[in-house]
Design a protein around this ligand. Structure first.
Ligand code: SF4
Ligand code: SF4
Length: 288
């Protein structure tokens, strides 16, 4: 089963939930933690994995042989990302906009476009106390997170339970990370900002047709609007974590919640059991 941990808003406690869920589960199941927040991966700070594998990730970027080019403009026409332009008798490539889709080289009538590899980041994989761990790191100045996310996700071994730590927001990297999940856990906080971004995240997972539930973090800091929204939208609040300076202190020292406060282990196992029940219930419904 693949469970992605997302949030519309940054800083709500996604990594706190992802790491503690993986650790709590590992006692009874084979868990894998995959950090797809490739612009700012931080699950490794808490898991302290031993990395055994490191690999560069590249995308193919076009290179134009001007002696073959007729400046027909077909490449610029097919590029959905404005990464190639034909101006008079010049073809300009903007590598930082290129998604490496290969459409321009495939469709160039003169076969004037070859591809060269551009490194955009790395993936690292290893383990932490029996938990398989993988994450991706986008190189500084690069903007193409989805190819790295796809590479990290290709390391997923879903014979056990896979926990995916997703970047905040609802943009392309988030969709790339969340898609194919069996369940999406949305971590939020009871504030107007938390509610606004939760509603956007709910809209996204509904479009992807993935069931979701909420973890309410820092309960007590704001108001009850998030709970009211969840009731209205029939989204289960599966775990509530109070605003607690001890939890914040542990987090700032890179200590997971279940390691620093072992009494939370039971709550995370219960959280997983509820998710499993929802996923099974849903698959029974689609079988009927
Ligand atoms: S499609 Fe090929 S021939 Fe046409 S402008 Fe682009 S590179 Fe040149
Ligand atoms: S590879 Fe794709 S994204 Fe890059 S320039 Fe060509 S068409 Fe555009």
């Amino acid at each position: 089963m693949i469970i992605s941990i997302a949030s519309g808003k940054g800083g709500t406690g996604k990594t706190l939930v992802a790491t503690s869920l993986a650790l709590a589960l590992n006692d009874r199941d084979r868990a894998q933690l995959v950090d797809c927040d490739v612009e700012e991966p931080n699950a490794h700070i808490f898991m302290k994995p031993v990395f055994t594998h490191r690999e560069a990730v590249s995308i193919p970027v076009p290179k134009v042989a001007e002696d073959k080019c007729t400046y027909c403009g077909k490449c610029a026409e097919v590029c959905a990302y404005n990464a190639i332009a034909v101006i008079g008798r010049r073809v300009l490539v903007f590598p930082e906009l290129c998604h490496g889709c290969g459409a321009c080289s495939y469709l160039c009538p003169e076969k004037a476009i070859s591809e060269h590899k551009k490194e955009i980041g790395v993936i690292e994989a290893g383990h932490s106390d029996g938990i398989a761990f993988a994450h991706g790191k986008l190189a500084v100045g690069e903007a193409m997170a989805p190819p790295i996310i796809r590479e990290v996700k290709s390391r997923v071994n879903n014979s056990g339970t896979v926990i995916i730590d997703v970047s905040p927001g609802t943009s392309c990297p988030v969709v790339e990370s969340v898609k194919d999940s069996d369940f999406c856990l949305l971590v939020t906080e009871p504030t107007p900002f938390g509610l606004n971004d939760l509603a956007l995240a709910v809209e996204m997972v509904r479009k992807l047709n993935i069931p979701c539930g909420v973890v309410l973090n820092r309960a007590g800091v704001g108001d009850s609007q998030v709970e009211e929204y969840c009731r209205k939208e029939k989204i289960p609040v599966l775990l509530t974590i109070p605003l607690d300076t001890e939890i914040a202190r542990l987090y700032s020292r890179g200590i997971t919640l279940v390691d620093g406060m072992p009494q939370w282990r039971k709550s995370f196992i219960k959280l997983f059991d509820q998710i499993e029940e929802i996923v099974h219930e849903r698959s029974r419904g689609t079988e009927r």
